[in-house]
Structures are given as structure tokens and as C-alpha cells.
Write a protein that binds this ligand. Structure first.
Ligand code: NZQ
Ligand code: ZN
Length: 386
């Protein structure tokens, strides 16, 4: 195992009815801004629960943060935060609302003129405006990590940011919220969390035995609960396991001491920026080609994953590794997730060239666990997804 430090300051309140306890986590004299998305919380009862819990506070609301949180809209919220002296934020939503609030947390204390620079120039946030979250959609793990991804329509960009100052102070995880999530978003959540684990696992053997088992246990749990949750989102036991798996997939634990890939996410973000494809679906589009293209480098871990997660127990390493890729694609298809770019757009032509050029322009010259994938490799991988 490589050297590592591990610190995760986010407090988790997990379980039925935990929304009612959130007020205890917020300083009594806080001027709170409650931020949410397009309105799902108003129809599923979460908004009411949150408002009741916040009844002792002075609360300003900001709704309308869209999926793939949009910079221009967040700038409106930033203006209110500054003009009204907001001291604490509560994000109620999925990854998009939470990521939007992380951007605001950084931007509220940022001293430069143009907050987009935080993303463009990869400025790390050491300290942000404090915030908590009420998670309504298990998927991204944003509720227990310090990363955020922000979209800017004007320039068709989607960039990541982060830093130790951007962990939520607390996150409420009540699995009952899963009940109202539409099938498409449930499938997205499973696929995103599954790929988060793979990005941190599908590299090369490094002797991190426990880390491998942690990762495999999250994958196995997701495989196990996926059909149950798709069949009945009110299945509390399945929802609880789904929710905790998504959080554990990207809260830093399984990443410690092991190499990470993250090239699938880097390419996927471009597909969302260019075509507006749901984040998770872009991952399912890139993943098969990425693993085929990097087969030699990844085949030992692919075969181990095939054996331990999918029960493939015969054949050579190469054969088991190939089958493992096939099993993964079948799994995505079982969730009605399409795995070809042409399933989402008729405009595939030129996409690979454009993404490859963007990476060159940004100086992203070596992606993946070996930092060896050049823009020319990216071109080939994206082409394989058409
Ligand atoms: O906006 P509302 O009306 O709330 O509806 C949302 C939205 O339309 C709906 N929804 C959420 N909870 C619901 C619900 N509908 C019914 N019942 C509920 N309980 O679901 C839709 C999608 O929500 P969104 O937050 O966009 O989804 P997700 O959690 O998948 O977040 C995606 C964003 O997170 C980023 C992605 O790039 C994307 O921008 N990611 C963030 C990461 C992080 N911070 O660590 C890592 C990820 O890899 C990812 O990049
Ligand atoms: Zn993701």
C-alpha cells in the first residue's frame, strides 16, 4: 500500500426520521440559506420536514438549482448570500444541489474578482462558508466528500473543484427519500456509485487487500440491491443499503493507499458538457471502451473483479477479464442504461477530436492511474464509444 492520510470531518445522521434532528447541528445564531433543486422536495414531503426542523431559524430560500448545477444560477444565489449576510447553508437535494452549495461555500469567501477562476485555475478551498446537507438522491457521494462539479452553459464547460474546506459539516441520510425517486434517477445513482468504486479499484494490484475487499463489498451490495430498488423504491432495507453504498463509494475510504484512474469521469464530464447527457450515463458510455483500450494494464484487476463480484471462476486471466467487462455492460443494460454514445445523440462525429483537443488545451496530457493516457489515447477511447 502507498502512504496515506485519512481525515473525513463530515458527521452523518443516518436513518428514518433523522431530518427532524438537523437543527441541533446548526449554530443557534446562524442566518441560514436553504437551497434546493427543481421542486421534487416540495412534492415528496422533504421540504416540509426540513422547514419544520428549521423553524427556530431565520431562513432565506433559494430554489431552482438545476441538474448539472449551472454557474449563472449559482451566481444569483451568491449575490443573495453576500447581500443578506448568510452565515450557514443547507443543501437539500442530490449531487447537483450539494455541489452547487459547495461552489457557493468556496465563492462566498473567495477574494478574487471572478469566482469561475476557482474552477478554471483549480484553486483549492482551504476554508468555506459552513454548510450541511439533506441528501435526497443516493449517487454521487457528494454528501461526504469535498469535491464538486460545476457546469457553465455559456462555454459548454463542466469542471471540478474541491479542497479540505468543502466537506459538509453534517449530512442527513434518511433512506425514506428514495421512495419518490424516478426509475431513471435510481438507475443513474446505482451506475454512478458503481463506477466510482471501479475508478478507484480497476487499476493494478498493489497489495492493498482490505481496500480491494471494501471496494468489492460495495460493488456486490449494489449488484444485490439494484433489482430490488428498481422493482420497489419503497423497499426500505434495499434503499438503506443503496444509500450507504453510494456514500461509502466516494467518501475517501476506499481510495486511501491505492492508485486511482478517474479517466472515465474526465471524459464523461465532457459528454455532459457537450450533449447534456446524465452524468452516470456518460460513464456507462465511456467505461467499456476504456477498459478494452487499457486491457493489458488492467486485466489482473479486471479478472479479480470478475471472479469476486460476478462469480466467474474459469478461464485464463484474459478470458475472465473480458467476461468481467461484458458482465459490467450487461449490468448497466439491466438498469436500462444505454452504453453507446449513438444511443444518446445523432451527432457523434467529431466528438472524440473535440474532447481530445480540450484536454490538450487544458494541459491534461496524462490521465489514468499511470498518468500515461495522452489526448491521442483519449481520442481513441472516445471513438470506441460511438
Ligand atoms: O431538482 P429536483 O426537482 O430536486 O429533481 C432532481 C433532479 O431532477 C431529482 N431528484 C433528486 N432527489 C429526488 C428527485 N426526484 C424525486 N425524488 C427525490 N428524492 O433527480 C434529478 C437529478 O438530480 P441530481 O442532483 O442532478 O443528480 P445526481 O445526484 O446524480 O447529481 C449529479 C451531479 O453530481 C455531479 C455530476 O457531475 C452531476 O453534476 N457529481 C458530483 C460528484 C461529487 N461531488 O463528488 C461526483 C460525481 O462523479 C459527479 O460528477
Ligand atoms: Zn460520478
Amino acid at each position: 500500500m502507498l502512504n496515506f492520510e485519512f481525515k473525513n470531518p463530515t458527521k452523518i445522521l443516518f436513518g428514518k426520521g433523522q431530518i427532524a434532528n438537523l437543527a441541533q447541528e446548526i449554530p443557534q445564531d446562524a442566518k441560514v440559506m436553504l437551497l434546493y433543486g427543481g421542486g421534487s422536495i416540495k412534492s415528496n414531503g422533504v421540504y416540509e420536514q426540513v422547514k419544520n426542523a428549521l423553524s427556530v431559524f431565520n431562513v432565506v430560500e433559494f430554489g431552482g438549482i438545476p441538474a448539472n448545477p449551472e454557474y449563472a444560477i449559482l451566481m444569483e444565489a451568491l449575490h443573495i448570500i453576500k447581500s443578506q449576510g448568510i452565515t450557514y447553508m443547507l443543501a437539500v437535494g442530490g449531487g447537483s444541489v450539494i455541489d452547487g452549495v459547495k461552489f457557493l461555500s468556496a465563492a462566498a469567501l473567495y477574494e478574487g474578482d471572478e469566482p469561475w477562476d476557482i474552477l478554471k485555475k483549480s484553486i483549492k478551498t482551504e476554508q468555506g462558508l459552513p454548510f450541511g446537507t439533506v441528501l435526497t438522491l443516493p449517487a454521487t457521494g457528494s454528501e461526504m466528500n469535498s469535491g464538486s462539479v460545476i457546469t457553465r452553459k455559456e462555454t459548454q464547460e463542466k469542471l471540478a473543484m474541491g479542497g479540505p474546506g468543502l466537506f459538509p459539516v453534517f449530512s442527513v441520510l434518511d433512506p425514506q427519500v428514495v421512495q419518490s425517486i424516478p426509475m431513471r434517477q435510481l438507475a443513474n445513482g446505482i451506475t454512478d456509485a458503481f463506477t466510482h468504486v471501479l475508478e478507484q479499484y480497476m487499476t493494478y494490484p498493489i497489495g492493498a487487500l482490505l481496500q480491494d475487499r471494501f471496494a468489492e463489498s460495495i460493488l456486490q451490495t449494489l449488484v444485490d440491491v439494484a433489482p430490488k430498488i428498481i422493482k420497489n423504491s419503497a423497499d426500505y432495507e434495499a434503499a438503506a443499503n443503496f444509500m450507504w453504498s453510494c456514500t461509502m463509494a466516494l467518501n475517501g475510504l476506499i481510495q486511501k493507499g491505492v492508485p486511482g484512474d478517474w479517466a472515465i469521469h474526465a471524459m464523461g464530464h465532457e459528454l455532459t458538457a457537450m450533449f447534456g447527457i446524465d452524468h452516470a450515463r456518460t460513464l456507462a458510455v465511456i467505461l467499456p471502451g476504456h477498459y478494452q483500450y487499457n486491457f493489458e494494464a488492467k486485466k489482473e484487476k479486471l479478472a479479480q473483479y470478475g471472479q469476486r463480484v460476478w462469480g466467474i471462476n474459469s478461464g485464463t486471466t484474459d478470458e475472465m477479464a473480458k467476461q468481467a467487462i461484458e458482465k459490467t455492460v450487461e449490468f448497466f443494460h439491466s438498469l436500462e442504461i444505454d452504453t453507446k454514445l449513438s444511443d444518446y445523440t445523432a451527432d457523434c462525429e467529431g466528438t472524440a477530436e473535440k474532447i481530445s483537443q480540450r484536454f490538450t488545451d487544458r494541459g491534461w496530457l496524462g490521465l489514468g492511474e499511470h498518468k500515461s493516457l495522452s489526448p491521442a489515447d483519449v481520442l481513441e477511447i472516445v471513438k470506441m464509444s460511438y
